[in-house]
Design a protein around this ligand. Structure first.
Ligand code: C2E
Ligand code: MG
Ligand code: MG
Ligand code: MG
Length: 292
């Protein structure tokens, strides 16, 4: 009986495994078709200056408009795209689309905002990445100072010399570079001096507890202070409430991004915010001159 139960268990297990495999193959096939069928789309999340409250940038975030499942977030398909080598192609689509949108908004006379695009490690490692970025800018007519590329710490930990060279080449094009999810990897701020980075994005895991845990508060304070002393600008991601906002302003963090002001939005809703010149509500208790 025991053996039968075991076999039964094994059968169930392998049936589950097969089902998992089947789902993965289906996902992979769907993803391959998604690009041709134009099922990908970009959402945009505003980035706010903490001195003035104005929208100064937007981050482009990938979404998949699945014919049956509806809107799917990147956590559910980017890992698979990384695995099957699709990220360079999709990443290039994101880059070109984001540049084209930003240029279109400028042409429509909207307040100018910088556009931030996430770069996957795979995409960044491509030998032709500098030309990919250059061509995206040329073909869309977006001036380079309006484009920011978001890199992750895992990237700067790998093959430092080559990566640093690529970063310098990108900087030479005139685009800015930021380090996303800062604090979740293993790089130290001192190490950052070696990289031509313009700003760091403090990961939302630190922002979450910044107003309730002294450890998180101390960490964020140290990150902001050290970044500023290295000449780097700072943006906090995942800001959801006023106490977090208050703390960040007290530390003179430059910018924020988070649900407190807005979730990532479809293009038409973002444009409405820009047209209305919507600003973040700020309390006037802070010495604005100290924002550098
Ligand atoms: P990320 O680059 O760190 O983007 C910020 C994520 O935080 C977004 O999730 C955004 O919706 C979420 N977020 C923003 N404000 C808040 C907040 O106040 N609270 C909370 N809880 N979350 C907030 P999303 O859009 O699901 O993207 C997840 C990740 O997927 C991104 O993290 C990025 O690593 C990756 N990703 C998205 N689009 C692209 C892309 O085009 N290329 C690449 N390579 N990666 C992308
Ligand atoms: Mg990002
Ligand atoms: Mg991030
Ligand atoms: Mg993050």
């Amino acid at each position: 009986a025991e053996r039968a139960a075991q076999e039964g268990g094994l059968r169930y297990y392998s049936a589950d495994l097969e089902k998992g495999l089947e789902q993965r193959l289906q996902l992979e096939a769907d993803l391959h078709r998604a690009l041709e069928r134009e099922e990908f789309e970009l959402f945009f999340q505003p980035q706010l200056n903490l001195k003035t409250g104005a929208i100064v940038g937007v981050e482009a975030l990938l979404r998949w408009r699945h014919p049956e499942k509806g809107l799917v977030g990147p956590a559910q398909f980017i890992p698979m795209m990384e695995e099957c080598g699709m990220m360079p192609a999709v990443g290039e689509w994101v880059l070109r689309t984001a540049c084209a949108k930003a240029r279109g908004w400028q042409d429509a006379g909207l307040p100018q905002v910088q556009i931030a695009v996430n770069m996957s490690v795979q995409q960044f490692r491509l030998s032709g990445i500098v030309n990919v970025v250059k061509r995206a800018l040329q073909d869309t007519g977006l001036a380079p100072e309006w484009l920011e590329l978001e890199l992750t710490e895992s990237l700067i930990l790998e093959n430092a010399d080559r990566i640093i060279q690529v970063m310098h080449d990108l900087k030479a094009l005139g685009v800015s570079l930021s380090l996303d999810d800062f604090g979740t990897g293993y790089s130290s701020l001192a190490y950052l001096q070696r990289f031509p980075i313009d700003r760091i994005k403090i990961d939302k895991s630190f922002i979450r507890d910044v107003a309730i845990k002294t450890e998180s508060a101390a960490l964020v304070r140290a990150i902001v202070a050290m970044a500023h002393s290295l000449g780097l600008s700072t943006i906090a991601e995942g800001v959801e409430n006023d106490s977090q906002l208050g703390y960040l302003r007290k530390q003179f963090c430059h910018e924020m991004q988070g649900f407190l002001f807005s979730r990532p939005l479809p293009e038409n809703e973002l444009l409405q915010l820009l047209r209305d010149d919507r600003k973040l509500d700020l309390e006037e208790d802070i010495d604005a001159a100290r924002f550098t």
